[in-house]
Design a protein around this ligand. Structure first.
Ligand code: SF4
Ligand code: SF4
Length: 215
């Protein structure tokens, strides 16, 4: 993919008593972190025109290795999505709000160039399934189903093997950041969303690009 300019939601933190403001922020395209009187944190997230959670919102939850969420039924946030932040993920969500506190609007435009970046192809947790392995075989790459390329955990989970002695680069990533196996790449590589929190986290951990921005 060549360079694209995309808009991403900006995180903002709100006390519970300002839930209506949090809802307005989310309806403007942002993501809100609601601090409950109990101290617990809830993510308040947007939906699309059909009432489904937005992709950016879903990937914020997945980036925390969580999935649970519910639709708010009443009150100022009715129709939006709420997800309780697990204790282990609280610092990450607070950090997103801190990172974004300098941005005044609910959304922010950023330029992304996957060929300049390749961050998500470094030491990533690329989960595979049998259909990926079958696709590798059909593409004439049976070696990609062997232990050199994949790891099988005791619980049956299959993941792509990244090599520590190559700066954690995927074995399929060329020096020009092009994927050698692009046509038969794993399903999870196909759906990984540019500009999501998972993308920003990969860019920050690999290159230290704090805001997803390269400048
Ligand atoms: S981390 Fe984001 S910008 Fe970088 S290659 Fe992956 S999807 Fe593209
Ligand atoms: S298989 Fe290709 S797209 Fe997936 S992590 Fe490796 S280099 Fe990146």
């Amino acid at each position: 993919m060549s360079a694209v300019t995309l808009s991403r939601p900006v995180w903002r933190r709100f006390e519970e008593r300002f839930l209506a403001r949090a809802a307005a922020w989310v309806r403007s395209g942002g993501h809100a972190l609601v601090v409950r009187e109990s101290g617990k944190l809830d993510m308040l997230l947007g939906v699309d025109e059909r009432g489904r959670i937005t992709e950016a919102a879903l990937w914020s939850i997945l980036a925390l290795e969580q999935e649970r969420r519910k639709k708010v039924k009443d009150g100022p946030a009715a129709g939006l999505v709420m997800a309780r932040v697990d204790e282990h993920a609280e610092s990450a969500t607070l950090d997103w709000c801190e990172r974004d506190s300098i941005h005044p609007r609910a959304t922010r435009k950023l330029k992304f160039d996957c060929l300049e970046c390749g961050a998500c192809c470094h030491e990533a947790n690329v989960i595979l399934d049998e259909s990926d392995l079958e696709r590798f075989r059909r593409a004439g790459r049976p070696e990609m189903t062997t232990r050199s390329y994949i790891k099988r955990a005791r619980d049956g989970k299959i993941t792509l093997r990244f090599l520590k002695n190559h700066d954690g680069r995927c074995q399929n990533l060329g020096p020009d950041n092009k994927c050698f196996v692009y046509d038969c790449r794993p399903h999870n590589c196909r759906v990984f969303p540019v500009a999501s929190e998972a993308c920003l986290a990969a860019r920050e951990s690999t290159f230290g690009w704090r805001d997803g921005a390269t400048d």
